[in-house]
Design a protein around this ligand. Structure first.
Ligand SMILES: *Cc1c(COP(=O)(O)O)cnc(C)c1O
Length: 439
């Protein structure tokens, strides 16, 4: 735009063609940036158009490196996943043996039966949808007994009373905020006005009560005369984590205490829960989805509800979920599922990578640090890790790298935690550090 003058703003078309020399965006998108820039700021439209194009480019969904040390980072899409679809169709609703219509969900239900003991299962788009579907299908217009201490909000606007209201079920508060006993549930069920269809138990996930507290465990709830639904949340399949303790290639690991105490599908069902609901992209380490698993008749009622058509996931989601479940069954989860690989990487390996990265980048200091599980799971648990420290808050500059690197900052020090970084991305971290020119 060498010939531009302050009195004649550039034409939208000329400006868009000029932008094309600096921005890799489709022409129609650049025309839109140019048009907005010319109308908002005709005198210096070029600079504004450049900024709008940059902003749009950066706002598009793109890969980032998660160096925050939060393994399931809610704002970075929770569990990382590598997509490997051939692009060919899959036999999503087609029975290859008979050539007739089949179910997209059957094989996944069978894998979940093997992994959790559930009689049956159905998959929807997320766990909020799973809870909504269960309530709509099994308690529409009727009461659901829920402890006052479990009437919680879980990140991202999942508020149990609101989901309950939207589903058409009626929340019946039982007990008190800090203590709810079996007798409280019994009283609600025996009350002629409350018409209780279900007892629900919700894992508070990112919220804990201490002191004078009491909640009713699942085996006790299972003695009640109505079905018990447990929203376990994070999708741990089995507290014994057989994919850690009996790995096919040896190197068996000790199961950390927090995984022993996190609510798990197999144990909740064995304790007598009639249904469990959980997310696919938290501790399961799979794609975003929600799972309802348990008694076959109750799962069938959920699957037959009209909402199911609106909540069902696409074929790619089911394929990725199936892949994750096969890795749990084969006990290869700690090698093949990115979340489990990050979680179980030994600290010596992380320390070596930190040394290597600082050496190659010529800046930063290798340090010991601690990671978090994230996504509301095990909020009090820290996991030993190693990373790179830089003086000052360099997080904005790191986010500005070609492949944005998301780090954390604390008291004037920037920390890149390597437990949440795939080793294949160490080269990107080196480039990002070099481009800072930092000490
Ligand atoms: C995370 C969570 C949810 C919401 O799950 P989404 O998959 O985000 O919809 C619901 N209940 C519990 C207990 C959770 O931990």
């Amino acid at each position: 735009m060498g010939g531009r003058s302050v009195t004649h703003p550039p034409s939208v078309d000329a400006l868009a063609r000029d932008l094309a020399t600096r921005h890799e965006l489709p022409h129609a998108v650049l025309v839109d940036c140019a048009r907005r820039a010319v109308s908002e700021q005709p005198i210096d439209a070029v600079a504004l158009a450049d900024r709008l194009a940059d902003e749009l480019r950066r706002a598009l969904l793109a890969d980032v490196v998660n160096a925050t040390g939060v393994l399931l980072h809610t704002n970075l899409g929770r569990a990382p996943l590598s997509m490997s679809t051939s692009g060919r169709p899959s036999a999503l609703e087609f029975d290859l043996a008979t050539g007739s219509r089949g179910s997209r969900q059957d094989p996944i239900a069978r894998l979940l039966r093997i992994l959790t003991g559930a009689e049956s299962a159905v998959v929807v788009n997320n766990n909020a949808a799973a809870v909504m579907l269960v309530l709509a299908a099994l308690a529409n217009g009727r009461g659901v007994a829920l402890s006052r201490g479990e009437s919680v909000e879980i990140g991202g606007g999942f508020r149990v009373p609101e989901v309950m209201e939207q589903s058409g079920a009626r929340l019946v508060d039982v007990g008190t905020t800090n203590r709810t006993r079996l007798a409280d549930y019994s009283r609600a069920i025996d009350s002629p006005t409350s018409d209780i269809a279900l007892v629900m138990k919700v894992h508070p996930s990112n919220f804990a009560q201490i002191g004078f507290v009491e909640s009713t465990p699942v085996p006790d709830l299972a003695t009640l005369p109505v079905p018990v639904v447990v929203d376990i949340g994070s999708g741990l399949l089995d507290n014994d984590c057989p994919w850690m303790t009996a790995r096919p290639h040896g190197g068996n690991m000790h199961v950390p205490g927090w995984l022993r105490t996190e609510p798990a599908a197999r144990q909740a069902l064995a304790d007598g829960a009639d249904l469990v609901t959980f997310s696919g992209d938290k501790l399961l380490g799979g794609p975003q989805c929600g799972i309802v698993a348990g008694r076959a008749d109750l799962v069938a009622a959920c699957a037959a509800h009209p909402l199911m058509r609106a909540l069902r996931p696409g074929g790619h989601t089911l394929q990725l979920l199936q892949e994750a479940l096969l890795h749990f069954a084969a006990r290869t989860a700690c090698e093949a599922i990115p979340f489990w690989r990050m979680l179980t990487t030994d600290t010596e390996t992380l320390a070596r990578r930190a040394e290597e990265i600082t050496r190659r980048a010529g800046c930063g200091r290798a340090i010991a640090t601690t990671s978090l599980v994230g996504a509301g799971s095990a909020p009090d648990t820290t996991i030993d890790s190693h990373g790179i420290a830089l003086d000052g808050d360099r997080t904005a500059a790191l986010r500005g790298h070609v492949v944005p690197v998301v780090a954390r900052q604390s008291e004037g020090t920037t920390i890149l935690d390597l437990r949440s970084v795939d080793p294949a991305d160490d080269g990107i971290v080196v480039d990002a550090l070099r481009s800072l020119g930092a000490p």
